[in-house]
Ligand binder design. Sequence first.
Ligand SMILES: CC(C)(COP(=O)(O)OP(=O)(O)OC[C@H]1O[C@@H](n2cnc3c(N)ncnc32)[C@H](O)[C@@H]1OP(=O)(O)O)[C@@H](O)C(=O)NCCC(=O)NCCS
Length: 192
Amino acid sequence: MVSRVPFAPLTTDRLVLRPFTAADAEDFAERRSDPETAMYQAWRVPYSVERARDLIASMEGREGPIPGGWYQLDITRTADGRTVGDIAMYLHEHGHTAEIGYTLNPWARRRGYATEAAAAVLDLLVDVTGVHRIEASTHPANERSIAVLERLGFTAEGVRREAFWVEDEVSDDAMFGLLAREWRAHRTAMRL
Ligand SMILES: CC(C)(COP(=O)(O)OP(=O)(O)OC[C@H]1O[C@@H](n2cnc3c(N)ncnc32)[C@H](O)[C@@H]1OP(=O)(O)O)[C@@H](O)C(=O)NCCC(=O)NCCS
């Protein structure tokens, strides 16, 4: 069953994941405007503050992921209150499948934050939202992102050839999938 409940910030050992507010727009635009960060993403740099404000405004009033929409969360490090990055989830129209995507600030990488944040989002999607399957897709050369997905137990499901467009540029799209029952088993092994 797919359920909708008011969103409460997600907490992990080192992080808090909370919905974006208007105050996050500048920080979000700056992160997305870094050319290396944007290399395999769906936008071109620079990513304007206006665009960030529009995206945040489009989520206003939502109390969690809703079918047919992306829901973006800020990832804050509890120890010092610094934003380390963001993570988003998309719930398909029928509500049984979700997609995730994540970005860390360059200084915050290689410390396990993306895997930790994504694990919390998978818990939410499986235990609270009640999805059956979670998907993620990435450029086949995005090794860091693929490593995160593999750590989380996703299965590589193939590559959609020349399927990912950013303006007039196309690239292959590597598809990954994780079933709810696989996540329940995998997280137990991960957290032993
Ligand atoms: C994709 C991205 C989020 C991955 O970030 P990442 O830092 O590699 O992933 P994590 O935060 O999970 O960190 C994992 C690494 O931290 C290490 N690590 C260090 N301290 C750790 C700790 N205390 N706990 C867990 N892992 C730790 C892990 O060993 C791992 O390193 P390894 O891969 O060399 O073994 C990042 O590269 C990024 O933001 N890229 C640009 C945006 C992007 O491409 N997003 C994905 C689009 S599909």
